[in-house]
Ligand binder design. Structure first.
Ligand SMILES: Cc1cc2nc3c(=O)[nH]c(=O)nc-3n(C[C@H](O)[C@H](O)[C@H](O)COP(=O)(O)OP(=O)(O)OC[C@H]3O[C@@H](n4cnc5c(N)ncnc54)[C@H](O)[C@@H]3O)c2cc1C
Length: 302
């Protein structure tokens, strides 16, 4: 079985930064694994600006931010395995990997989980009606438009006014779609003020506060939703072919199930897998610090 000092799961900003810092501490063998075909995690699909203001003192797009870290990876003593999923972890400090070569078990001394986060879906809300096509999470829609060049629909309503919802509302307008508005159950916008201004105000997209979606309509494809106004109790039907849900993110820690749901002393979390960070700069800083500590520990200098 292949043996490494440090296994890093996830090649987003967190995983890359942790791996680089650990390898920079001295002669330790570091293996970084990601299920995608490229490094960067969520960053390559975030083509808007707003990344790196703190860490690089530059207003970068997601792909530009990723490219700067990927460039550092090129000369570093980190082995990278892409298109490879970590299926499970065991208490014996082994991981089961599934990659282009098939099943690949790996033994490690130390583990860093940098598996990012997942989106809550419409199923997490008490929404009645049918389950037609045309309901996508904001991240799915972003991936379709920015990486696959598909347009998921034409007449769009966004549910949830966090940063992801705001950014996707603007993205649909820029794609030539009609965006009916962003629906928010709270009394004010959930995202950053800078995103509220640049995404909604500048593109005249209405924000409907104290409102939620209670029913989906349509057979086959979505034809509309029922909106419920929380203060007046009134309901209205709105015609649309696409509902984008931006309902929040949950740290992705499914792999801990193989460890009884607990984090052993030889494993650490970083990035959005630890907690959902608002900006990538804090992800990089946290992961670097952790990587350095783990590297020193492996060298017996912790
Ligand atoms: C739409 C959107 C807009 C944003 N806008 C901004 C912004 O304007 N400015 C800003 O600073 N930040 C922004 N952020 C936040 C920032 O992009 C993220 O916080 C950061 O990139 C997360 O990095 P991460 O490495 O923790 O996770 P991710 O980038 O999600 O990386 C996790 C990686 O783990 C891999 N993985 C997961 N499970 C496995 C497994 N079992 N086996 C192998 N690989 C696995 C995944 O494939 C993925 O590559 C935005 C985020 C989103 C989603």
């Amino acid at each position: 079985m292949e043996k490494v000092d440090l296994l890093v799961v996830g090649g987003g900003a967190a995983g890359m930064s942790a791996a680089l810092a650990a390898a920079g501490a001295g002669p330790v063998s570091v293996l970084l694994v990601d299920r995608e075909e490229r490094l960067g995690g969520i960053l390559p699909q975030c083509i808007h600006q707003g990344f790196g203001l703190g860490y690089f003192q530059r207003n970068l797009t997601g792909p530009e931010y990723a490219a700067r870290i990927v460039a550092q990876m090129e000369g570093a003593a980190v082995s990278v395995r892409l298109n490879t999923t970590v299926l499970s972890l065991s208490q014996r400090r082994t991981a089961e990997l599934s990659g282009p070569g098939g099943y690949e078990p790996v033994a490690f001394r130390r583990l860093i989980l940098a598996t990012g986060c997942r989106e809550k879906t419409i199923g997490s809300l008490p929404v009645a009606g049918t389950r037609p096509a045309g309901v996508f999470t904001a991240g799915e829609a972003q991936r379709m438009i920015n990486l696959r060049h598909w347009r998921p629909g034409k007449k769009v309503l966004v549910l949830g006014s966090g940063d992801l919802g705001l950014i996707m509302a603007r993205r649909f307008v820029l794609e030539g779609c009609q965006v009916l508005g962003v629906v928010e159950q709270k009394g004010s916008c959930g995202g950053m003020v800078r995103n509220y201004r640049s995404c909604l105000l500048e593109h005249r997209i209405p924000l409907m506060t104290r409102t939620t979606v209670t029913q989906l309509h349509g057979e086959g494809r979505l034809t509309g939703v029922t909106l419920h106004h929380l203060d007046s109790g009134k309901e209205e039907q709105v015609a649309c072919d696409t509902l984008i849900t931006a309902l929040g993110l949950i740290p992705e820690r499914e792999l801990l199930a193989g460890l009884g749901g607990k984090l052993p002393g030889w494993a650490s979390l970083c990035g959005n897998c630890d907690y959902v960070h608002e900006i990538v700069d804090t992800v990089t800083a946290q992961a670097e610090e952790l990587g350095r500590q783990v590297g020193m520990e492996l060298l017996g200098r912790g």
